[in-house]
Design a protein around this ligand. Structure first.
Ligand SMILES: CC(C)(COP(=O)(O)OP(=O)(O)OC[C@H]1O[C@@H](n2cnc3c(N)ncnc32)[C@H](O)[C@@H]1OP(=O)(O)O)[C@@H](O)C(=O)NCCC(=O)NCCS
Length: 189
């Protein structure tokens, strides 16, 4: 087993926690699921694995009536296959057992390494559904015309407007609105 300390998340871990998460997701189906701050609103258990002062693994679980759900388990790509995720899960399960929680589940996508890890840890798949991204205008049209029962979860739109009132209305309605600027510079030839 690798020389790693598993302990509770602390506020001072935030930057290390975010970096571990974003780097850990980079090569996976969650590559664009980027968080910029630690989700303090989620109650439950939050563990970190620390090696030489660096957060190299994170594991977060919420607890509800039906049992616990692993919301995040990520190991920094430079520290994989060293038993870090297994150590985090072992500690998580021990703590859940102490709280009388008898079942833990997790939702994850189709990364072969992650699926192999969950299976190795004794998890079995009981349900699956699809996450479908419409990433181009053509795919948006295909989604609009689909009969597969697609449920919209989020959207990205261009608003080609110069009307300040429209912009205010959009910013009032939507939490995330960015202005995209075209810069131009003259080049002396
Ligand atoms: C899944 C993940 C957490 C595993 O972390 P890890 O610390 O490398 O895993 P461990 O060292 O504890 O692996 C234990 C066993 O799981 C299996 N396993 C882990 N990664 C594997 C891989 N890429 N391919 C095949 N089997 C794998 C192996 O049986 C391994 O034992 P071995 O190394 O002796 O063969 C890590 O790959 C990761 O961070 N993935 C990206 C993040 C992610 O998608 N998380 C899930 C969604 S929240």
């Amino acid at each position: 087993m690798v020389n790693v300390l598993v302990r509770d998340y602390a506020d001072a871990d935030e930057q290390g926690w975010l970096r571990c998460r974003v780097l850990g997701f980079l090569g996976t189906a969650y590559f664009d699921d980027v968080w910029t701050s630690y989700p303090r609103s989620t109650p439950g258990l939050s563990l970190v694995a620390v090696r030489a002062g660096q957060v190299v693994g994170i594991c977060q679980a919420s607890i509800a009536d039906h049992g616990a759900t692993i919301d995040t388990v990520v190991v920094h790509p430079d520290h994989r296959r060293a038993g870090i995720a297994s150590a985090l899960l072992a500690e998580l399960k021990e703590r859940l057992a102490r709280q009388g929680v008898g079942v833990v589940d997790a939702w994850t996508r189709d990364d072969p390494g992650t699926l192999a890890w969950y299976r190795d840890q004794g998890f079995t798949v009981t349900y699956r559904y699809l996450h479908v991204y419409a990433s181009t205008p053509e795919e948006m049209r295909a989604a609009a015309g689909s009969t597969a029962g697609l449920l919209p979860r989020s959207g990205f739109f261009h608003a080609d407007t110069q009307d300040p009132e429209v912009e205010v209305a959009l910013r009032t309605t939507f939490a995330r609105v960015h202005a995209c600027h075209r810069f131009v510079a003259e080049i002396s030839v």
